[in-house]
Write a protein that binds this ligand. Structure first.
Ligand code: SAM
Length: 226
């Protein structure tokens, strides 16, 4: 998979994309991540990418020209069709189902906003998926891009390695994950449930399933209704 990110702050994303599972997947050639500076597509001598909103109001709005030019340039660098994504608090809230479907695409092109957001014609003209990572407002799309990239990359074959699997994790089905324990067996009077020490894989699987259901019922009953 190739992931392009258009951003005014590539320096925020580069360290993120070079560490941990995403960084390892990149090194292993499982994913190629290319951050492109949106300002490189400004056409005036001040390198402007934003302007005041028509009709007045606070803040600055990202202009059409640099964003269209950057998207078209970046898309021309690779023949694989790119799924265009604009990050915006007004978009569809990101879920594991959306992440799973994005992880099957050959190429993603993520556009990070800043300031007051985008000229509406960017959304009308480029017709991207509009994705929000939750009902709150960030200063820019970069933390949201990091969230999206991380969630997608860990689903790519080979990204988690042989020892770990995303299959039993929260949201993989409609359940939250069961409680996990590691050594020591007892810590400050709190003990690991006996069943996990029994060596009986059938009982352990049953207990985990039951715990996942109980936990989901208590914390996220909406998931069980789906
Ligand atoms: N004026 C916009 C509004 O009220 O809808 C908010 C703009 S926000 C300050 C600047 C940028 O941060 C957005 O263009 C978007 O790229 C990003 N952003 C902010 N909150 C986000 C969220 N919840 N999910 C995804 N991106 C977000």
């Amino acid at each position: 998979m190739r992931i392009d990110v258009l951003t005014l702050f590539p320096e925020m994303l580069e360290p993120f994309c070079s560490a941990s599972i995403v960084g390892r997947a990149r090194k292993a050639g499982i994913v190629e991540i290319v951050c492109t500076q949106l300002r490189d597509f400004a056409t005036d001598k001040h390198k402007s990418v934003d302007d005041k909103p028509f009709g007045g109001g606070p803040g600055m709005v990202l202009m059409c020209g640099p964003v269209f030019d950057a998207v078209e340039h970046v898309e021309s660098l690779d023949p694989r069709p790119a799924t265009r994504i604009v990050l915006t608090p007004q978009g569809e809230t990101l879920t594991q189902r959306t992440v799973e479907s994005l992880a099957k695409k050959p190429r993603l092109l993520i556009v990070c906003g800043h300031y007051e957001g985008f000229d509406q014609r960017i959304l009308d003209g480029l017709r991207p998926m509009e994705i929000s990572i939750g009902d709150y407002v960030l200063s820019g799309g970069e933390p949201a891009a990091a969230v999206l990239i991380d969630a997608v990359v860990r689903l790519l074959p080979g990204a988690l390695g042989d020892r770990t699997s995303a299959d039993s994790e929260s949201f993989a089905g409609n359940l939250l994950e069961y409680p996990q324990y590691t050594r020591p067996r007892e810590f400050r009077g709190m003990c690991v449930p006996d069943v996990l020490l029994s060596g009986d894989h059938g009982r352990i699987a049953g207990w985990r399933r039951e715990q996942a259901e109980l936990r989901t019922k208590a914390r996220r009953p909406d998931l069980l209704e789906k």
